[in-house]
Design a protein around this ligand. Structure first.
Ligand code: ZN
Length: 266
């Protein structure tokens, strides 16, 4: 750890204010400050219902992360273990104080379900997600897990399943939830991420047209996008890349969706 006095101004003191003007979207504001929408939603409760209050001032942190209130007796080491970040980093970016009070934790994605869920609890997923992501059951082109990529001859982790679907097929939300991301993201191409209750999340990738926006609430069965071939699909055949993730202290963990898809087959 660096000596006291050798640290930067605390991250929470480096926040800037942004006044929302008519026509601005959360995605635009996030991009302008190189942040993800979840960071701004976490920092500004007024943004969590999907509407942007025109004229309101919101707080913009210097980088992605969440603000947490340390409990009495909690040490930097405790917080570092809880959020899986380095204690020295946490200590330094929060002004090198002896004990943590209100703390900025870098790199943690804010989610509406702050407490990590017990994913082992049977029945949880069954109650929250009940839909199939396409209008009709589709063949699995590539399953979840470690796969050999024939093109590169390298083993790579496939975090979801590829369901055969011709381009332009409607993609359906598998449960009620809030859109946490809708846009382009690396190899995912056009991607929609939906946060559901009790720490479940679903991702729909390689899309063509996206029909929802960040912060929007969607009901199960809503058409959220059309399938496509954007990004870097792991299968050559046109498909929907579908993921189920659960919230944990490590972040959003990709689950094997096989048994789920078997159960909700149409
Ligand atoms: Zn895939």
């Amino acid at each position: 750890m660096s000596a006291e006095g050798a640290c930067d101004r605390p991250a929470l003191e480096q926040m800037v204010r942004h006044k929302i003007v008519a026509g601005e979207t959360l995605a635009e504001i996030s991009q302008r400050y190189r942040l993800i929408p979840a960071t701004l939603m976490g920092m500004n409760p007024a943004l969590r219902n999907g509407k942007l209050p025109i004229g309101a001032e919101i707080l913009i942190p210097p980088y992605n992360g969440i603000r947490v209130q340390a409990t009495r007796g909690q040490t930097w080491r405790d917080l570092a273990e809880l959020y899986k970040v380095r204690a020295d980093v946490l200590f330094e970016i929060n002004g090198c104080l002896a004990t943590p009070k209100v703390v900025f934790v870098p790199g943690v994605n804010w989610s509406p379900n702050p407490s990590p869920v017990d994913t082992a609890k049977p029945g949880t997923l069954t109650q929250i997600l009940t839909g199939y992501p396409l209008p009709t059951s589709a063949m699995v082109v590539l399953g979840y897990g470690w796969k050999l990529r024939s093109s590169t001859e390298q083993v790579a982790f496939h975090s979801g399943v590829d369901l055969a679907a011709k381009p332009g097929t409607p993609v359906l939300a598998v449960g009620d939830g809030t859109v946490a991301f809708a846009g382009k993201q690396g190899i995912y191409g056009n991607l929609v991420v939906i946060n559901h209750h009790q720490g479940w999340q679903t991702r729909y990738a390689q899309l063509s047209t996206i029909k929802v926006r960040v912060g929007q609430w969607v009901a199960k069965g809503t058409t959220i996008a059309l399938t496509g071939t954007s990004g870097k699909p792991s299968s050559a055949e046109p498909h929907l890349h579908f993921e189920i993730r659960s919230n944990s202290k490590l972040g959003w963990v990709a689950e094997n969706p096989d048994s789920y898809l078997q159960r909700v087959k149409r």
